[in-house]
Design a protein around this ligand. Structure first.
Ligand SMILES: Nc1ncnc2c1ncn2[C@@H]1O[C@H](COP(=O)(O)OP(=O)(O)O)[C@@H](O)[C@H]1O
Ligand SMILES: [Mg+2]
Length: 430
């Protein structure tokens, strides 16, 4: 096998057209949001809503929801990019999205906002000028120390002149541990002022992956919103919270004091339609084509259609499946994979993965679970003719192996869902 780093060259591409990273804000990226974004057809309930939210002067809070892999992160990146570049009133936002972690307090939240925005400003302003900016230097010292928390430095570093530039009259030096949340909020306000001075009309913070918090226990997410409800009211800042379908209803609506400060409707993203998914791929074929060369589609259109159906439109799983197919092909293979070849391969890839992890009766029961897609312990037990205890034991193991995830609870029934990549096993079992 030739050791070149391009699996896709044989099709005429410079890189993987089915890469499932969210589209990047950076123009330099192979797949940037500017070039590779396909607008959604249901614009009135998505893009227009988002645009109107950002057109409200002075800041705000909105929820963006949808199932995994439908394009939430990319959607928000697209809008951030639009407001930063094309808009008359420009909104600045940190380069990356901020991933909220379980157990975050108001303080963790504030420190992350400060760190990401000051990093962005550092790029704009340049290291040299930054050294002369008191506010940014101080913020830098604080968030920098945080990054070294594990190194045992925390609390020992002393900041000189803290607060002086912010209307406080403290001239004594302050231990980092003494920087209160109120101080951190003043830093944030300071950054808003700085950003306005630089000609922007506001800031967008993109808080991503909130579904990871509410996954097992929606209370964790409620606790988070409750903790940050004051901070997210800072004027001049647009907070976009991205999470699972139903997040707004389950985690925000029950908290009247949080709900009342949110944009009235969440943006709900449906999976992309088949024509949209095809358009995404067409665009990527064009963008990644080796200049002056011909290219061919790694898989036939009907494979895309079939996978779109298998994965209920979730484009991330469609593209992951195609990448997996190509990775399993012999190197000499350079034609569009047909429907029947693709299906057989995907099923055998999934089956051998299951075989590697599970044995005997457990493997059998898992294949039944895969055929069902979604089930409770009781349902699966009845179907497979196994006791509840045994199924419980299996389920625990599968959760640990990430073969299934816990879906919602209805009454005393806990639903489970098969990891989407095993959906290809569905059609092979009678
Ligand atoms: N409108 C779109 N145009 C082009 N590519 C998209 C679009 N929506 C999603 N994608 C692509 O689909 C994949 C999954 O999108 P992502 O934003 O990561 O989903 P989510 O955040 O909902 O899990 C990414 O590779 C992304 O680039
Ligand atoms: Mg995402």
């Amino acid at each position: 096998m030739e050791l070149t780093q391009n699996l896709w060259e044989r099709y005429g591409f410079t890189d993987n057209p089915y890469d499932t990273k969210a589209l990047s804000l950076s123009k330099a990226a192979h797949l940037s949001v500017q070039a590779a974004y396909i607008p959604r057809a249901q614009a009135t309930t998505t893009a227009d809503l988002m645009t109107n939210f950002l057109r409200n002067p002075g800041g705000g809070r909105i929820a963006v929801e949808g199932d995994p892999g439908v394009g939430k992160t990319t959607f928000v990146n697209f809008h951030r990019q639009r407001w930063e570049i094309g808009a008359k009133h420009k909104l600045i936002s940190p380069a990356g999205e901020i991933s909220v972690r379980e157990g975050w307090t108001e303080r963790d939240f504030l420190l992350n906002l400060l760190a990401s925005l000051s990093a962005r400003l550092r790029l704009d302003i340049g290291e040299k000028a930054l050294g002369k900016d008191k506010l940014l230097t101080e913020i830098n010292a604080i968030v920098g120390v945080r990054a070294e928390d594990s190194g045992g430095m925390s609390g020992n570093l002393t900041l000189f002149g803290f607060g002086g530039g912010l209307g406080h009259n403290k001239s004594k030096s302050v231990k980092v541990g003494e920087v209160t949340n109120e101080h951190l909020r003043e830093y944030l306000r300071g950054l808003v002022v700085l950003v306005l001075k630089r000609g922007f009309s506001g800031i967008i913070f993109h808080l991503d992956n909130l579904e990871l918090l509410g996954h097992r226990d929606i209370g964790v997410l409620q606790k988070f919103f409750d903790a940050v409800r004051d901070v997210i009211q800072e004027p001049g800042i647009y907070f976009v919270f991205v999470g699972h379908s139903g997040m707004f209803q389950q985690a925000i609506v029950p908290l009247p004091r949080v709900r009342s400060i949110f944009f009235d409707t969440p943006v709900h993203l449906e999976p992309l339609s088949l024509p949209e998914v095809k358009a995404v791929m067409e665009r990527r074929y064009q963008l990644l084509a080796v200049p002056e060369k011909q290219w061919i589609k790694p898989v036939a259109d009907e494979v895309v259609e079939s996978l779109h159906h298998t994965f209920s439109g979730k484009i991330r799983y469609v593209m992951n499946a195609i990448t997996s197919l190509v990775s399993h092909l012999p190197d000499s293979y350079a034609q569009s994979l047909s429907m029947s070849e693709a299906r057989n391969m995907l099923q055998s890839i999934a089956r051998s993965e299951v075989k590697r992890l599970l044995k005997g009766a457990e493997e059998e029961v898992f294949l039944q679970a895969a055929a069902a897609g979604r089930f409770t312990n009781t349902e699966l037990g009845i179907q497979a003719g196994k006791t509840k205890q045994l199924v419980q034991k299996y389920l625990k193991n599968w959760l640990g192996l990430n073969l299934v995830t816990q879906a919602e609870k209805s009454g005393r029934n806990q639903f489970y869902e098969i990891e989407p990549r095993f959906a290809v096993l569905k059609d092979s079992i009678q």
